[in-house]
Design a protein around this ligand. Structure first.
Ligand code: FDA
Length: 307
């Protein structure tokens, strides 16, 4: 019931001002975000990579300013240099939202995003790690997959996220299940119309399993991004059926969510990667985390009332 208004609020400037100015927000944000700066995030990455893998997200999205897009490229380049310098690049990669590097710019947005993503890929290659393209709302999927195809000509290791709730995604999984392909399959976090996406949770779960089947049976590297215990168990069964070893796929979860389960999977010898966001532009990311779980919203509302 709260999901749609919260996801609408995620894109509202007025709500953004209100939430950002509320002092108690910070405590809850800290649960999901590893700091405002790279310097704050890196010690957490060093800690996590003792038993897990990491993908880092420099927070930001929907940029309509070329200078801001360029600044984001600079932030990723600096981050990738630091990962190499601190010996973290073997277990830590980066995740990039193309809308943060120019995809929505009015003139030549897609071309600018491609060139900016290329710069980030060059820095990742120099650091000895990889890049995965996040997936945003359904209007961006064709553009993101087109940029992925272009990037993979020079950087065949670039991965992408696919969202099981979209009707088109099974076909996209088939297209991206070939050798060398890296697909992070998630359920999907945006408020999409019924014309393009399954709206019912049970339908989304069934679609997620169909996507897992395609990816596990394929020749690529499936990245199972879900906190759902059923999806985790089904992924492991499908991997075993496909004859995949623990090194031939991985589990992924978000920073601050089901940490005990992350530790348990890593201790069992599974590859467990944590998506670690950092930076000041946490608003959209934070609101999507509230929308995913009503209990988060209740906790947030209660802290507003009792402050
Ligand atoms: P589901 O929502 O059914 O949750 C299962 C259980 O997990 C819940 O019962 C709860 O215990 C726990 N849980 C889930 N979300 C929680 C939360 N916010 N707070 C506390 N507990 C929570 N989406 C997208 O559209 N584009 C993208 O690029 C990405 N990228 C991405 C990367 C990674 C590594 C992950 C793990 C997820 C994403 N997502 C995403 C988000 C994804 O689409 C989805 O919204 C969330 O992962 C929640 O879906 P689950 O599969 O966890 O199942």
């Amino acid at each position: 019931m709260l999901r749609t208004p919260l996801l609408a609020a995620a894109r509202s400037t007025a709500c953004r001002r209100l939430v950002e100015r509320t002092p108690v927000t910070r405590g809850l944000v800290d649960r999901f975000v590893a700091g405002s700066t790279q310097e704050q995030a890196l010690p957490k990455v060093a800690e996590l990579t003792r038993d897990r893998y990491v993908t880092l997200d420099h927070l930001g999205e929907d940029t309509t300013d070329a200078a801001q897009a360029q600044a984001t490229v600079g932030a990723y380049t600096r981050l990738l240099g630091a990962l190499a310098e601190h010996g973290l690049a073997e277990r830590a990669e980066v995740s990039v939202k193309l809308s943060a590097v120019g995809q929505f710019l009015p003139a030549d947005g897609e071309k600018i995003a491609l060139e900016n993503a290329r710069d980030i890929c060059r820095a990742a290659e120099a650091a000895g790690t990889t890049v995965t393209l996040d997936m945003e709302d359904h209007t961006t999927v064709d553009s993101t997959l087109s940029i992925l195809r272009d990037l993979r000509v020079d950087f065949p290791w670039v991965g992408a996220v696919l969202q099981a709730y979209l009707h088109r995604t099974e076909a996209d999984c088939r297209d991206l299940s070939g050798a060398g392909s890296r697909v992070r399959i998630c359920k999907g976090a945006y408020d999409e119309p019924a014309s393009v996406a399954y709206k019912d949770k049970a339908e989304v779960d069934k679609a997620y399993v169909r996507c897992l089947k395609i990816l596990m049976a394929g020749e690529g590297y499936p990245m199972v991004a879900s906190h759902d215990p059923r999806m985790v168990a089904i992924a492991q069964k499908l991997a075993a059926t496909a004859g995949r070893s623990d090194e031939e796929y991985e589990h992924q979860m978000l920073y601050g969510i089901r940490d005990n389960e992350q530790v348990r999977l890593a201790a069992e010898g599974k590859r467990m990667r944590v998506y670690v966001p950092y930076g000041d532009e946490w608003y959209g990311y934070f609101m999507r985390r509230l929308a995913e779980r009503p209990a988060n919203m209740v906790f947030f509302a209660r802290s507003l009332i009792t402050r």
